[in-house]
Design a protein around this ligand. Structure first.
Ligand code: PAF
Length: 279
């Protein structure tokens, strides 16, 4: 595996891969790599001749009161995961390489960011869209891989690619879970042992909502209530939202239907976690 820090070296390597006829797969990350990232990397490896992964903690997607400074960073551990998953090129730019100065031109997500994560974290989805746009330009992949766990981010990236005619295919990969159902996330590292146990309530709540749908409930409020009741009854868990939404627009469901996303966010101690299931 080759490591590069400059856009010029990245561009030269991906140009060479394309000239050899290799499809370029791209996995953008913010590091703190876990089993969810491994699944993205493995899928990219299986589907492309040349695999690029980036590790870049993007300041544009953090609010002023968020965890940019304390976001987990472990370069050596990340490089070991990337190498083990057969990555060809690791792009680890310094902040000044991606944003030599704060970008004057940024993407602004429309109504898709007026809901759920967009409301809870103003500017977050704009920051994601802006950096993903830049990374897609720098890497020029045939396919880019995103986890279903960040369902609204995935919807934003898909819509950006469609609206702005990016030539890249966006591939969604299923959420990876611990044996007790907790979705793997870099932020799980912030949880104490007690909080880690309590955090399982998110998936249990989503499963209760999905079970209500499977049992025939079609009123979105009933599906959401089944999940919310469990979450509200869980000790040490402070629910933010539980919502059944369209997977592309994130508009509230009018009638519960297969394929919709039941999404939740909750605080466990000081850590805010998100998760979702697809009906
Ligand atoms: O999901 C993430 O890790 C980030 O939001 C991404 C897509 C790498 C953009 O910074």
């Amino acid at each position: 595996m080759r490591e590069v820090a400059s856009s010029a070296e990245l561009g030269a390597a991906t140009d060479a891969a394309r000239q050899r006829g290799a499809g370029v797969g791209f996995v953008p990350t913010m590091g703190a790599l876990h089993a969810g990232h491994r699944a993205l990397l493995a899928r990219a490896r299986a589907e492309n001749g040349f695999v690029v992964a980036s590790v870049f903690v993007n300041p544009l997607q953090f609010g002023p009161a968020e965890d940019l400074a304390s976001y987990p960073r472990d370069r050596e551990a990340d490089l070991a995961v990337l190498a083990a998953e057969g990555t060809d090129l690791a792009f680890l730019p310094a902040e000044g390489e991606v944003w030599p100065s704060p970008p004057e031109i940024r993407l602004r997500v429309g109504g898709l960011a007026d809901r759920l994560e967009g409301l809870a974290r103003p500017g977050h989805l704009d920051g994601v869209a802006t950096v993903v746009a830049k990374l897609l330009h720098l890497v020029g992949p045939s396919r880019a891989y995103f986890g279903q766990k960040d369902a609204q981010q995935l919807a934003v990236v898909r819509r950006m690619v469609e609206d702005l005619a990016f030539p890249n295919q966006i591939v969604a990969c299923p959420t990876v879970r611990e044996p007790d159902g907790l979705a793997v996330s870099s932020r799980n590292a912030y949880l104490s042992a007690t909080e880690r146990e309590r955090a399982t309530a998110l998936y249990r709540a989503l499963s209760a909502g999905r079970d209500a749908f499977r049992a025939g409930r079609r009123d979105p409020g009933a599906v959401e209530a089944a999940a919310r009741d469990l979450l509200e009854g869980a000790p040490g868990v402070e629910p933010d939202y539980v919502a059944l939404v369209d997977p592309a627009t994130f508009e509230p469901a009018k009638q519960a239907e297969a394929g919709q996303v039941l999404a939740t966010a909750a605080r466990v101690g000081r850590t805010r976690l998100i998760d979702n299931v697809i009906l």
